[in-house]
Design a protein around this ligand. Structure first.
Ligand code: SD4
Length: 328
């Protein structure tokens, strides 16, 4: 039999649950008046390689295409470029000499797909989309992801270029097989886009931290860490030392802060402050966030100077240095 004390405790919980719900919906209402951006596509992506990626994505959006198609096409640009040594073909290998790729994608309906530790496939972002659309799962990893990709018609290709191999051999001499992950040796592309219909999608693809331990997976393919989109609120994505983002569920945090009324800029700042508050030794690493809300406002913030982002808006494609926690 349930005691009176337990019953009362239960009703307090139930009441506070109710209050919590009321608070949540009040916060959600704050966001609702934001005028959704319609008819004016916008794209934000990480780093300089975001510029050519945005151009390809913008072509799709200008013709009235879906943001999902745009972010996939955009992310494929650095994936296929052997000179971009942090994404796809030509990416730096892990400490054992294997190029292992992580990617994910999210659409305006909240669907998500992801691949981790994928080898020998140039376009992990497209495999992630197939996971999202053709399987009941969100994430496939390693051998299973490769097998799935091959079944879907993707072709196997050696992704380790001579240049990346040389860099790895050089690294091995100095780093004595210890992964040294600093602010220099990783640059993911993360991209968020709103189409003419006002719908939001995002994608993220990377070869991860250079010379990482074999089997290491970063934040980039983790929904909520490297990328999160909510078509009612906005989207966020990260770049940099993934472990810090994973421990703070960074992109989800940014979106939830926007849901509660913060601007994309303030939300990115708060997510970096959270890292600074919670993660000892964070000063050694770089993290950059980008964010967009449904009104088409954008934000970006990072730990150290040096992170930049590409913004395509009103037909202009510009590269901007993000504000940072530490100054030059
Ligand atoms: C990772 N976040 O694997 C990725 C790497 C990255 O800029 O973003 N580099 O941790």
């Amino acid at each position: 039999m349930i005691s009176r004390r337990k019953f009362l405790a239960g009703s307090v919980v139930a009441t506070s649950g109710l209050l919590l719900n009321q608070k949540v919906s009040a916060a959600a209402e704050k966001v609702a008046p934001t005028t959704p951006l319609k008819g004016k596509p916008i794209i934000i992506s990480t780093w300089r390689h975001g510029l050519p990626a945005n151009e390809v994505a913008a072509k799709i959006l200008v013709e009235g295409g879906r943001s999902l198609d745009a972010v996939e096409a955009g992310a494929r640009v650095p994936e296929a470029d052997p000179n971009i040594m942090t994404v796809g073909l030509g990416g730096y290998p892990d400490r054992d000499g294997y190029v292992t790729l992580d990617a994910c994608i999210m659409d305006e309906k909240g669907n998500a797909g992801s691949v981790t530790f994928l080898q020998d496939i140039v376009h992990p972002v497209s495999v992630a989309r197939k996971v999202m659309e053709d399987t009941p799962h969100v994430m496939l990893s390693g051998e299973g992801a490769l097998q799935f990709a091959l079944e879907k018609g993707f072709k196997k290709q050696n992704l380790l270029t001579d240049k990346a191999k040389e860099a790895w051999e050089e690294w091995k001499k100095k780093s004595k097989y210890e992964p040294v992950i600093n602010i220099e040796n990783h640059d993911t592309i993360s991209m968020l886009a709103i189409d003419a219909n006002g719908d939001l999608s995002g994608a993220c693809t990377t070869s991860g931290a250079a010379f990482k331990m074999h089997g290491r997976v970063g934040d980039s393919p983790i929904i909520g860490a490297g990328l999160f989109c909510d078509n009612e609120v906005g989207g966020a994505a990260s770049t940099g030392m993934g472990e810090l983002v994973m421990k703070t569920v960074g992109s989800f945090l940014v979106v939830e802060l926007m849901r509660n009324g913060m601007s994309p800029q303030k939300a990115c700042e708060e997510a970096v402050h959270r890292i600074a508050k919670k993660i000892p030794g964070y000063q050694k690493f770089q993290i950059g966030y980008i964010a967009i809300n449904k009104a088409g406002e954008t934000g970006a913030y990072c730990i150290h100077p040096g992170f930049n982002y590409a913004l395509w808006k009103d037909g202009q494609n510009t590269l901007t240095d993000a504000e940072s926690l530490f100054k030059k």
